[in-house]
Write a protein that binds this ligand. Structure first.
Ligand code: ATP
Length: 699
């Protein structure tokens, strides 16, 4: 029927020239073909220039029509190598050729589609090469149950149709290519602008999500990173809102989920290769991965697109799009997204670098402030720094070395100046935590309302005056040791909070909602008798038991008189060297007085007495102005036994001795309070209590 053939050719020619919508064009093309040649299935494949790969361009199989470049419902790859498939046979064909499917299957027994076609009763397979300008660009194949009766004109007509189809396919591909490039360009431009102008992570990724969504519509956009040491975390995640904008998702929203769903590790392998999971493929995957099952059932996700952002050496990251539509993404979408990967990777590196700089700056600021606080007490102590070999101190050294390497809480007790802080520092320096910070907090030296913020930190605006966020010492000490000096002075309400940190190892900043985990070793010290404080209701019994896990009690100097002389020599040597003074002798009477003295201020007092002596002495001997006189004024006592002076008398004499040396001055740099290392107000109160009147007694 040449007329009919001509009119078909004319029709197709016309349709190619005029039909703008490619789907309409190919639908009508296959319909017309079916009218003339009653086939059961039609497939158009395209080939790459080297004829290495094929791609399904269109499939019309038993009524299931797959339009040009659509992804198949099963999400099966539409592109693949021709090697090992019958296509490698067909590409050498110059003209239309008819095959028997059974024969083909014998030649390619592994090629599944043939088996499936035969099962459905198909027998014949006709392949028409698609050429334009002499170039083979693809193949048109027709499958049928009945053997087609081809006249030579039919063959001729089909080959002519093949040429027209080849033109239509080439045009479509060219148009699509141009459109895709335009999309890519405009999106790249928009992303470039965002990258240059936006430094804030949330805003940057929201812009990227919005731009991508213009070209590849999605309901979820996420960037997940994985550092070698830590689990996967979301760098940015957004959900599309009903108004089309993207809203950031809560970071901790998975925290309440059952464990298998939380196991994000499992999906890492999935996110680490570029892929599109749609239709039945996504369903199958969601049976395999708990997290996907969860997002499918709870969030209605039906399609996923993953594009890894592999960054050499940097945290491995992946860009993930999800949609509620079952066939939301195509291979082409994936290719397009992959062209954006270098820019997005750069954006991530920039954002992370900015954040790292910010974090380092904040850390430096914290450390600077802290170092200023601590500069005078930062000397690292070791066991060698302890002077004095008395039996009681030997016991202290043994206990110290036993407990130092552990994480056990230690409570150091003893009178003022007995070396509690020295012990705390030695405990830290002999522990595996020595590379991290030892953070000291003096519970007596801060106004009660500041201690909480000092210990736990506060959020910006948590209270009047909280202009910035502040990191507390518990957070600063993470991985290290916290030394709670004068713990007996801690107010009761804070004792409860401290107890919680010790029990749960977690706390919150003031005004903060987030629970912060901490790993600190606690060392506490006090010169109070905590049992008495507990009995008097000033100290919580439960906190006392928490702190008193491993007590170390430091004996006062008067209970270890044999340590006095070695300590004296130690301090003498130190101060003489430090101050560049000549070595001076020690008078026997002074030595005796020093030995006999009660040392209520313990080692610290001894240290100060010697420091002064080194400073003021001029002649060949060390001068202990006032000290010897005060000591001599006290009745001579044998080394052991005999009546002891009361503590009150001892204190009275000691204060008097100090006042003599300062000519009655109590406060100021040359006052007795400095010598005695106590607050001038406290000294005045004590003087009053002991009945010391400056003017009368000191003369
Ligand atoms: N056994 C010792 N050997 C050498 N120096 C010591 C010894 N014991 C204490 N000192 C020194 O004495 C001074 C006071 O010690 P430290 O501050 O540790 O006492 P403390 O018990 O913590 O006092 P306070 O209860 O008043 O805080 C420090 O300069 C410390 O180096």
């Amino acid at each position: 029927m040449p007329d009919q053939d001509d009119s078909l050719l004319l029709y197709l020619n016309d349709a190619i020239a005029t039909t703008r919508n490619k789907e309409d064009l190919f639908r009508s093309m296959t319909e017309k073909l079916r009218l003339i040649f009653p086939f059961d299935a039609i497939t158009i494949l395209t080939l790459d220039a080297e004829h290495q790969y094929r791609r399904v361009f269109l499939r019309d199989y038993l009524g299931e029509v797959l339009l040009p470049n659509q992804t198949r419902a099963g999400g099966k790859p539409t592109r693949g190598p021709i090697e090992g498939t019958p296509v490698e046979l067909f590409v050498h064909q110059t003209h239309l050729r008819q095959y028997d499917l059974e024969e083909l299957l014998k030649a390619y027994p592994q090629y599944q589609p043939f088996g499936a076609l035969l099962e459905r009763g198909m027998r014949y397979f006709i392949v028409v090469p698609l050429r334009t300008s002499g170039q083979l660009i693809g193949l048109l194949s027709l499958v049928s149950r009945r053997q087609p009766e081809f006249s030579p004109t039919d063959v001729d007509l089909l080959e002519k149709i093949g040429s027209l189809v080849a033109v239509a396919v080439t045009n479509t591909l060219a148009f699509e290519d141009i459109a895709r490039r335009e999309q890519e360009k405009s999106m790249q431009l928009a992303l470039n602008n965002a990258l240059l102008s936006i430094k804030e992570r949330g805003e940057l990724f929201r812009t990227i999500a919005t731009e991508i969504n213009h070209v590849v519509p999605c309901d979820y956009f996420g960037v997940r990173v994985r550092k070698t040491s830590s689990p996967v975390r979301a760098l940015a995640e957004f959900n599309k809102q009903p108004d089309g904008t993207f809203a950031a998702l809560d970071e901790n929203r998975y925290d309440d989920l059952p464990h298998p769903v939380q196991n994000k590790e499992a999906v890492v392998e999935l996110f680490s290769r570029p892929a599109v999971y749609v239709g039945t493929d996504f369903e199958a995957l969601s049976r395999q991965y708990a997290l996907l099952r969860y997002i499918r059932e709870e969030r209605g996700t039906q399609s996923l697109l993953c594009a890894p952002l592999d960054t050499n050496g940097e945290p491995a990251a992946a860009l993930i799009l999800a949609s509620h539509q079952p066939l939301a993404f195509t291979e082409e979408n994936l290719e397009l997204i992959q062209t954006l990967v270098p820019q997005i990777r750069l954006a991530i590196q920039n954002v992370l670098a900015f954040e790292q700089i910010d974090a380092l700056r904040a850390q430096l600021e914290r450390e600077r402030t802290y170092l200023i606080d601590e500069i005078n007490t930062s000397a690292a102590a070791r066991l060698d720094d302890f002077v004095g070999g008395s039996a009681v101190m030997q016991q202290v050294y043994t206990r110290l070395s036993q407990v130092a390497p552990t994480d056990t809480t230690v409570l150091i007790t003893g009178e003022t100046g007995t070396g509690k802080e020295l012990v705390a520092r030695a405990l830290h320096n002999l522990s595996p935590r020595k590379e991290r910070a030892l953070i000291k907090i003096n519970c007596a030296a801060l106004p009660a309302q500041l201690i909480e913020s000092e210990l736990f930190g506060h959020e910006k605006g948590a209270f009047t005056g909280a202009h910035d966020r502040r990191i507390g010492k518990f957070e600063l000490a993470d991985g290290g040791t916290i030394f709670l000096d004068e713990v007996g002075e801690l107010p009761l309400d804070l004792q409860a909070k401290l107890l919680r940190v010790l029990q749960e190892k977690e706390f919150e900043r003031i005004g903060g909602r987030r629970v912060i985990q901490t790993d600190v070793r606690v060392i506490a010290a006090t010169n109070r008798v905590l049992e008495d404080e507990v009995a008097a209701g000033h100290f919580r019994a439960d906190l006392y038991y928490r702190l008193n896990v491993f007590p170390i009690k430091l004996p006062p100097l008067r209970e270890r008189p044999e340590d006095i002389e070695p300590l004296m020599r130690h301090f003498l040597e130190r101060f003489t060297k430090q101050m560049g003074k000549p070595v001076r002798g020690l008078r026997e009477r002074d030595l005796k007085a020093l030995r006999q003295y009660g040392w209520p201020g313990n080692v610290r007092e001894l240290e100060h007495v010697l420091e002064q002596a080194v400073i003021v002495s001029q002649g060949p001997f060390l001068e202990f102005a006032g000290f010897s006189a005060a000591a001599q004024a006290a009745p001579e006592k044998p080394e052991t036994g005999g009546p002891l002076k009361t503590l009150k008398d001892q204190e009275r004499d000691h204060i008097l001795a100090a006042l003599r040396r300062t000519s009655g001055r109590v406060s100021g740099p040359n006052g007795a309070a400095v010598l005695l290392d106590i607050n001038p107000k406290t000294l005045e109160a004590r003087m009053k209590k002991l009945g010391i009147q400056r003017t009368v007694e000191v003369k």
